[in-house]
Design a protein around this ligand. Structure first.
Ligand code: DX5
Ligand code: ZN
Length: 216
């Protein structure tokens, strides 16, 4: 499939969110990427259910909800009700990851498993046939605008190998420090979905930047 682009609203202008949502609606972006942080799993707090519910009313594009929270099982159902189409949980934040994945799938949402930069792809061996997506963090989660970690290329290769070996249908998403230079290289390695925050919202023409991320 052609790769997808999911702008992260973390870098949007929250004083005028409607304008940025309309821009994403008009653009070639495929999904909205929504970063939920609890201030415990990551050293930052972002936004949660009420904001996601509101944004859902302003768009028909799918919601890719990235939960950076401890023990996300407690909230899966409520994020689904708020409008999440894909719900991703960190392997590092789930004691019973298999249970978390099926909790998500049973709500009707697609399930994603996220790995922090230090977590090896081998952690996914026994879950790769259950998860719909793997999200590889290419920065340490918590903030937008950080520098891309170069080791991610090798991880994408390892993950692609695992997916092929296990005959899994999981897609690969990358999040953190994605720009117009590394995006084509990552897609070339097998990445299916590119998340981009700062590159989109800090650019002088965000809609055009999304077009550039989508077409190469
Ligand atoms: C980081 C978040 C990302 C973030 C990406 O913790 O998961 O989605 O918004 O931002 P950029 O693209 O600016 O690195
Ligand atoms: Zn994210």
């Amino acid at each position: 499939m052609p790769h997808l682009v999911a702008p992260s609203l973390l870098s949007a202008n929250f004083l005028n969110l409607e304008k940025d949502i309309e821009m994403v609606n008009r653009s070639q972006a495929d999904w909205f990427h929504l970063d939920v942080m609890d201030g415990v799993f990551v050293p930052n707090i972002s936004f949660g259910l009420p904001i996601i519910e509101k944004i859902k009313k302003a768009t028909i594009k799918p919601f890719d909800v990235h939960l950076m929270i401890i023990d996300p099982d407690r909230f899966v159902e409520r994020f689904r009700k708020a409008g999440a189409d894909i719900i991703s949980v960190h392997a590092e934040a789930c004691t019973h990851l298999h249970r978390s994945v099926y909790l998500i799938k049973n709500t009707g949402a697609k399930a994603g498993v996220v790995l922090n930069p230090h977590s090896p792809v081998s952690l996914l061996t026994e879950i790769i046939n259950d998860t719909d997506m793997v999200l590889l963090m290419s920065v340490n989660p918590g903030f937008g605008g950080q520098k891309f970690i170069e080791n991610t290329y090798a991880k994408v290769r390892d993950l692609k190998e695992l997916i092929l070996k296990k005959n899994s249908s999981a897609t690969i998403e990358i999040d953190g420090g994605i720009d117009l230079n590394n995006a084509p290289l990552l897609v070339n390695e097998g990445v299916d979905i590119l998340v981009a925050g700062n590159t989109v919202f800090a650019s002088s023409n965000p809609e055009e930047t999304i077009r550039l991320l989508k077409n190469f």
